[in-house]
Design a protein around this ligand. Structure first.
Ligand SMILES: [Zn+2]
Length: 224
């Protein structure tokens, strides 16, 4: 048991050292370095996607912006409640030890959004806002695809403890969505949350402090 823990500590420290060197790279620089796979005539492969009917149209629309995800298995799944967020993209543990190319992903969607008194049901969220939300999550999947299994473990640990890391990760997901033509949807999603009278201030504050602001998204769209 002790050896196990020691090994784990060495492993995480060593890997943090490795990733620390890359952490200061500007996001756009690292974005342009990534290979863009040429798009095929059909941009959507539904054989490896699982989509609940409540968000079917929105998920299809979002997926059409990411032809690179053709071979990537993704399951969209509702969950009763997700801590601190409305959606969450993560690798499937069962596929974790497989090669990067065979790794599968799951996007969890909360049925309710945290608001002050009662609950805002997901079904009350406008379609474009849902599309933007899904576009952001698919941005996370794009980011995860670039990481090794080991890199994903490190990533998970850092996400728990580092605000700066969360900021970078959330920004990367937004930039992926924007560069894939989903900027206006992303903007609608952000504005929906920030302008919604009933969504809790704590939720909004988290969005303001850790996520790209609507102004910044607009700035990027103007320079597209
Ligand atoms: Zn996110």
């Amino acid at each position: 048991m002790k050896i196990h823990i020691a090994f784990w500590i060495i492993l995480t420290n060593f890997s943090m050292l490795l990733t620390a060197q890359q952490a200061d790279k500007p996001y756009f620089e690292s974005m342009t370095e990534k290979d863009v796979i040429p798009t095929e005539d059909a941009v959507l492969n539904l054989e490896n996607k699982v989509i609940p009917k409540e968000i079917y149209n929105e998920a299809i629309l979002a997926l059409e912006h990411y032809p690179e995800l053709w071979n990537t298995a993704i399951t969209f799944q509702f969950k009763d409640n997700i801590k601190k967020s409305t959606m969450q993209a993560q690798p499937r543990w069962a596929s974790f030890l497989k090669s990067r190319k065979k790794r599968e992903y799951i996007i969890l969607i909360s049925r309710t959004i945290q608001i002050d008194q009662d609950e805002l049901s997901f079904s009350e969220v406008p379609s474009d806002v849902v599309t933007g939300w899904l576009g952001h999550e698919l941005g996370h999947v794009m980011d995860y695809r670039e990481r090794s299994g080991f890199g994903m473990l490190v990533f998970g640990v850092k996400y728990l403890y580092s605000g700066a890391h969360i900021k970078e990760v959330e920004r990367t997901a937004d930039v992926y969505a924007i560069t894939h033509g989903m900027g206006t949807y992303i903007l609608k999603t952000k504005n929906f949350i920030l302008d919604h009278a009933n969504i809790s201030e704590a939720y909004k504050e988290r969005l303001r402090s850790l996520y790209m602001s609507p102004e910044e998204v607009m700035h990027l769209l103007e320079h597209d």
